[in-house]
Design a protein around this ligand. Structure first.
Ligand SMILES: NC(=O)c1ccc[n+]([C@@H]2O[C@H](COP(=O)([O-])OP(=O)(O)OC[C@H]3O[C@@H](n4cnc5c(N)ncnc54)[C@H](OP(=O)(O)O)[C@@H]3O)[C@@H](O)[C@H]2O)c1
Length: 324
């Protein structure tokens, strides 16, 4: 089968389109004919092996242990191991392979059934493949870490990106009043996802705008978390999803202390590929409450270009890979 593989860490040049052996499912695994995948920041962190901590988490201190990347996929079940009970050959599925050994940038991949759910009926395979990693981060950041309640006022920073575009729609579906923060060129897009207000950060500094929120989900954390504390209501919660690595670690280490001192919670998200959450997202997608937004679709051979584009951090919504 064809796959995009790497044997060393580095820039997108280390990625090669290769012929490799088609995987064989173990007893508890599903073999999937991958129809589409998507790229996310986790892909380029693993490709480059930075921050270094990622090498400790996933193994491969000097060379990547995972030679075929790709976490978020959609495809068709081709075969199942004898202990698999939830899926049958022919089922259309989507899933997050980040705890199943990755391997999504390939024509076939094996995964644990817990990494998968039936694909939302009304989505193309490319749309479905954009959901697992970014949609899960948005859902878990808002609902689990942020403890979002209906009627709350929520600020989504990075509202035009992969996580943010799902977060705006999920927060609306949960009954929140949503304000999105984005670049001026993306105000219309964020509004079209249902944001009640949109702040163009080239015109207005949200930290100086005088409004306070119950919850801030920060998917573009390129400034200190402390800047957002005055923007939170007393007792409110700031959730850092990602952005700059030093800012993320600062929030992780100092956030709980500073937040408590200022009567606010400062938390960091570590999203997990939960099957129950894929099913929650499937419901939101099936009912049209959440609609993926695809910026560009690349063929499998152009995964390096897709990652180059993503690394500019100027994507609208998601970048998909078409594989079928
Ligand atoms: N903690 C977790 O479990 C977890 C899970 C998933 C993702 N993440 C992290 O979450 C972050 C967001 O992921 P994503 O997929 O949404 O990324 P993305 O698609 O690249 O979106 C990020 C958005 O941030 C905005 N942005 C970029 N540079 C900026 C800057 N200097 N100042 C202000 N805004 C800027 C851009 O929107 P504008 O053009 O509108 O500014 C961009 O669309 C990444 O760092 C990723 O690693 C963490």
């Amino acid at each position: 089968m064809k796959a995009i593989a790497q044997t060393e860490y580095g820039s997108p040049e280390v990625l090669r389109l290769e012929e490799v052996d088609k995987p064989v499912p173990q007893d508890d695994q599903v073999l999937i004919r991958v129809r589409a995948a998507s790229v996310d920041a986790g892909v380029w962190h693993l490709m480059r092996g930075t921050p270094f901590l990622i090498r400790l988490i996933y193994g491969g201190l000097r060379r990547p242990k995972q030679q075929i990347l790709g976490s978020a996929i959609a495809g068709d079940v081709e075969a199942i191991g004898k202990h698999v009970t939830q899926f049958q050959p022919g089922d259309a599925v989507f899933g997050d392979l980040s705890e199943s050994g990755f391997g999504g940038f390939a024509e076939y991949v094996c995964a644990a059934e817990s990494a998968l759910a039936l694909k939302p009926r009304n989505l193309t395979v490319e749309e479905a493949a954009t959901v697992p990693v970014s949609g899960l981060a948005a859902l878990q950041g808002l609902r689990d870490v942020g403890q979002l309640q209906a009627g709350q006022q929520v600020l989504i920073v990075g509202a035009s990106g992969g996580v943010g575009s799902f977060a705006v729609q999920i927060a609306k579906a949960f009954g929140a009043e949503v304000t999105g923060v984005c670049h001026s060129s993306k105000v219309d897009m964020v509004r079209s996802h249902g944001a009640d207000q949109v702040i163009d950060y080239t015109q207005t500094d949200v930290a100086q705008a005088g409004q306070q929120y119950d919850l801030i989900l920060d998917a573009a954390a390129f400034r200190a978390f402390a800047d957002y504390l005055p923007v939170l209501k007393p007792g409110g919660t700031y959730v850092m999803v990602g952005g700059s690595t030093p800012d993320f670690f600062r929030a992780m280490l100092l956030g709980p202390v500073v937040g408590k001192w200022r009567d606010r919670s400062v938390k960091c998200l570590a999203s997990q590929p939960q099957q129950a959450d894929l099913l929650t997202l499937k419901d939101l997608l099936d009912t049209g409450k959440v609609v993926p937004f695809i910026d560009r679709i690349y063929p499998l051979s152009d995964v390096p270009d897709a990652i180059r584009y993503l690394e500019q951090r100027r994507v609208r919504g998601k970048v998909a890979i078409s594989i079928c």
